[in-house]
Design a protein around this ligand. Structure first.
Ligand code: UDP
Length: 236
């Protein structure tokens, strides 16, 4: 599969066409942004880790029946994926209170939820990705009621699979963000990435943060945390 024209450049990835309309090549960068692009930096080696970690986790999810865009790792930073049109909804799943939920509701980080919570945010940087209801997405035509139902179920299934996998590796899955897309024939599949950029990972013993919060909050040891997570995920 040859790499064609760049289709899109996001904050952490570039997407290229291939010689088939059914496939794209994703290239992961080391660029890091936070607070809706206000804070910028570089996390050395992040692109390699996010590529390899996403692929490992997408393969795990596929083995558990969660259809996703991962096809084949092409190089340290490049992966062949199924081409999709992204649904403009950021799907956040939370197991513990953290980040924007703690802030919005005045809650302490680390509070355990009675059960996993699925939230929808409108994927629009210029608005700061506002929280929306499923009904909002439906009446605006961003996704059908059936798709939203499926997204909710898949998000909870992803949570269950990843939570268990990470627990065995001494990691608490606090929360994470997913994106879904539609293939040319309308199939809804999981896409984007699953990495320390898009998840909160806490060490189960020490509660040390092993994710992008180290960059967001200037905690230091950013590269080390990404490497530590890659090592844990590579354990069999
Ligand atoms: N998240 C993400 N991209 C976003 C917003 C959130 O990947 O644009 C992830 C984030 O890393 C965390 C989860 O989604 O694992 C929940 O994020 P939250 O709503 O708490 O927002 P944040 O505190 O990151 O602004």
């Amino acid at each position: 599969m040859t790499k064609g024209q760049q289709q899109y450049e996001g904050k952490a990835k570039r997407v290229y066409a291939t010689d088939s309309p059914d496939y794209y090549i994703v290239e992961y960068k080391d660029d890091a942004t936070a607070f809706n692009g206000e804070k910028r930096g570089t996390i050395l080696g992040k692109g390699v880790i996010n590529n390899q970690m996403s692929n490992r986790l997408f393969a795990l999810l596929a083995a558990h029946g969660v259809a996703n865009h991962f096809v084949e790792e092409l190089s340290e930073r490049e992966t062949l994926v199924r081409a999709v049109t992204i649904v403009p909804i950021e799907v956040v799943v939370r197991n513990l209170v953290a980040g924007s939920m703690a802030k919005r509701l005045g809650l302490e980080e680390g509070l355990e939820l009675k059960r996993p919570l699925v939230e929808f945010y409108y994927k629009e940087d210029s608005l700061g990705d506002p929280l929306i209801t499923a009904e909002t997405a439906e009446v605006l035509g961003w996704a059908t009621a059936d798709e939203l139902q499926k997204i909710q179920e898949l998000a909870l299934q992803v949570d269950a699979v990843l939570r268990e996998f990470l627990k065995e590796r001494g990691v608490i899955l606090v929360d994470f963000k997913l994106e879904f897309g539609r293939t040319r024939d309308g199939e809804l599949i999981l896409a984007d990435e699953i990495s320390p950029d898009t998840c909160r990972f806490w060490d189960a013993a020490t509660r040390e943060k092993l994710d992008k919060d180290r960059f967001r909050r200037d905690l230091g040891g950013v590269e080390e945390a990404y490497h530590e997570m890659m090592t844990r995920i590579s354990e069999v």
